[in-house]
Design a protein around this ligand. Structure first.
Ligand code: AHG
Ligand code: MN
Ligand code: MN
Length: 328
């Protein structure tokens, strides 16, 4: 489709390709896009109005201020709960799931999200984002167990990056598409159709401050990268979504491995690793714990953490060879 095509038109065209589609998903996605636009506005205004700071403090008008990640969480729940398309939601910011029942019609999808990824970067005007994953609800009730599905079952995954522009990148299993928000018309316009991640990159992203805790496989792999003839660059913003996005477009590898301090890594399987893994695979890349495919992990709990090695296919495969060596 032509560059500049509005997202709404793009979604309708996609829907028409599947005659069995009821339009429910398209409508759910439109609600999500609305929430994204509202969060984008709030993120953009964060430097101007005093909504930063910790919960409970007051802004210059003497009003209670709310942290932006809590605001984003609330915005998503409020925007999504009455659409009639969801049966439940789970968020990185909430201990328990939110059931959509009683007050609003119940739908068949589950929405899982990290409302604001990279939240420590808000105060310093560095890109942050919202990551989401959509599943079908397998039961007539909505229980926590319904959310514990492997990433291969995702029907859609994506993120909104609040950067120098706001971008939405998503997949429904038919390639990865990127849209850039035109703030003057309030529409996401197609800017990156069918994104393919380069098979090999020149960039690695890892928190080297953790190197004293690393297992040998991590240390050896990073040393190997640094020693390579062609050379490589380190890039680590500290917002997964921003580091991932750069590597998706330019090629490269992101690692948040297990180490001696964090036996399961840091990142969350359901809200971070699974959605980005679905995207990277759809773009021709790869994602792994070091020894298994992220998307095949059967989750045991909602807020489960996982080691994550994700990016260009050849780079992730090379990293995996070091993990194999470690186990041998
Ligand atoms: P969140 O802001 O949603 O809690 O996620 C932060 C994550 C991720 O965005 C980033 O890659 C990672 O934490 C950075 O962690 P370190 O500071 O330990 O490197
Ligand atoms: Mn996060
Ligand atoms: Mn978060």
């Amino acid at each position: 489709m032509a560059i500049g095509t509005p997202l709404t038109k793009f979604l309708l065209e996609e829907q028409r390709r599947y005659p069995e589609s009821t339009g429910n998903f398209t409508s759910l996605f439109s609600d999500l896009v609305l929430a994204a636009k509202i969060i984008s506005r709030e993120v953009n205004r964060a430097g101007l109005i005093d909504i930063l700071g910790s919960t409970g403090s007051q802004n210059v008008q003497g009003e209670e201020v709310q942290k932006l990640d809590e605001l984003a969480n609330e915005m998503l729940i409020k925007t999504m709960e009455h659409g009639g398309h969801l049966s439940g939601m789970a968020s990185e910011e909430m201990e328990e799931i939110v059931k959509v029942d009683g007050r609003f019609p119940r739908g068949s999808y589950l929405l899982l999200f990290d409302p604001l990824d990279g939240s420590s970067n808000i105060d310093v005007n560095i890109s942050v984002g919202t990551i989401f994953s959509i599943l079908k609800c397998p039961s007539a009730e909505t229980t926590t167990k319904d959310f514990l599905q492997p990433g291969t079952r995702q029907v859609c995954a994506g993120y909104i990056l609040y950067g120098s522009s706001t971008m939405l990148v998503y997949t429904t299993g038919h390639g990865v598409h990127g849209f850039t928000l035109d703030p003057s018309v309030g529409e996401f316009l197609l800017s990156h159709e069918d994104i393919r991640i380069p098979d090999k990159g020149k960039t690695y992203s890892i928190n080297e401050g953790n190197s004293k805790h690393w297992f040998p496989a991590t240390s050896m792999y990073i040393e190997k990268l640094k020693a390579s003839e062609k050379g490589c660059s380190a890039r680590y913003v500290g917002s997964l979504v921003a580091d991932f996005h750069r590597n998706l477009l330019k090629g490269g590898i992101f690692l948040y491995p297990a180490d001696k301090k964090s036996k399961n890594g840091k990142l969350r399987l359901l809200y971070e690793a699974n959605p980005l893994s679905f995207i990277v695979e759809q773009a021709g890349g790869k994602s792994s714990t070091g020894d298994k495919r992220i998307l095949e992990i059967v989750p045991e709990e909602l807020h489960q953490r996982t080691p994550l090695i994700i990016g260009s296919k050849a780079d992730v495969e090379e990293a995996e060879s070091f993990w194999k060596y470690q186990e041998a």
